[in-house]
Design a protein around this ligand. Structure first.
Ligand SMILES: [Zn+2]
Length: 325
């Protein structure tokens, strides 16, 4: 249990994490959690609820710094350094994904520079051209390291899909693109024509992809389970596109492509964001092998992490809700 103000560490999923405080990044709005803490009130129960919700819907999630600490050990043992590796990320452009202390900034600071592959929802919309440009920017004989992370907000009322944004009186949607697409599909609107959607192509694409899985998403029986399922569906959509655009046509004979994917969880202030790792592997040019790095880095996969793209998890059993169009 971690308690703001009185306990320097936060234990979740068996891991010791840094104190749940985001790095300073300018004026922030105060969540109810932060207001309680500043007022000297006991936040134990609220923090406990948050930890329970994260563990239930995103088992294996760790604070951002904890992820970097584990990943850096693995990749440094494989010879990756800031000097020979170029970092890229496919992350939704939402400002709450790019605050000081977020996993995006931690990896950028660790590896030195960042190439952006992502568009709305964290989908690598820059495509083969984007990956081609990125991969040809690596140092001579060097390596690629990609972080792909769709995101989900969590407000101080323990509601997934919501986030207490700075300067706003009430929580708003996060990821707004994914939730907007689900709302569009739930309303049974006609699917946008992708051949004429040049001025809003990314959102139109997401609507199509969410539509393909909307019954499974909406079959979840709690709002939080719906939002978690939606985030994992976005991870599936994003990783499927990533698989199509990457190649080993870069660098030298010893060059490698390392890929870490998962879901970024935007935690309520002042907690550090969390990240649920779902895939971590390296494609080796020399020998053509793909080496799974997940369990040597994060430990044994949870059942959910084993099946993250096949929907076998955490469905409540008190009824289902289907929307028919
Ligand atoms: Zn987003």
């Amino acid at each position: 249990m971690c308690i703001v103000d009185s306990n320097p560490t936060c234990t979740i999923n068996g891991a010791q994490a840094p104190a749940p405080v985001k790095a300073p990044g300018g004026p922030h709005r105060r969540s109810s959690l932060q207001t309680m803490s500043l007022a000297g009130l006991d936040t134990t129960e609220l923090l406990g609820d948050i930890e329970t919700k994260v563990e239930k819907h995103f088992p294996g999630a760790l604070p951002s710094q904890g992820i970097l600490d584990k990943v850096s050990v693995t990749i440094e043992a494989r010879g990756l350094t800031p000097e020979n590796t170029l970092y890229a990320q496919s992350v939704c452009p939402d400002e709450i994904n790019h605050e000081p202390g977020d996993i995006t900034n931690l990896f950028t600071e660790y590896l030195g520079e960042v190439f952006h592959l992502g568009g709305l929802g964290g989908i690598p919309f820059t495509g083969k051209t984007g990956f081609g440009a990125y991969s040809h920017h690596v140092p001579e004989g060097g390596h690629c390291f990609i972080l792909l992370a769709p995101h989900i907000g969590l407000d101080s009322g323990c509601n997934f899909g919501m986030y207490d944004r700075e300067g706003q009186a009430s929580a708003g949607a996060a990821c707004g693109a994914a939730i907007g697409a689900l709302g569009y599909c739930k309303a049974c609107k006609p699917l946008p024509d992708l051949t004429t959607a040049q001025d809003d192509y990314q959102m139109s694409y997401i609507i199509h992809k969410v539509h393909q899985c909307k019954h499974e998403i909406l079959a979840e029986t709690t709002d939080n389970a719906v939002q978690a399922r939606l985030a994992h569906h976005m991870h599936k959509v994003a990783t499927e596109m990533l698989d199509k655009i990457v190649s080993l046509d870069f660098g030298g004979p010893e060059s490698t492509l390392t890929i870490l994917t998962g879901v970024q969880i935007n935690m309520p202030e002042p907690m550090e964001d969390y990240f649920q790792p779902l895939e971590f592997y390296v494609k080796e040019k020399n020998g053509g092998d793909t080496v799974d790095l997940f369990e040597q880095t994060f430990g044994t996969r949870s059942d959910h992490q084993k099946n993250n793209n096949t929907w076998t998890t955490y469905k409540d059993d008190d009824g289902t809700v289907f929307v028919e169009c």
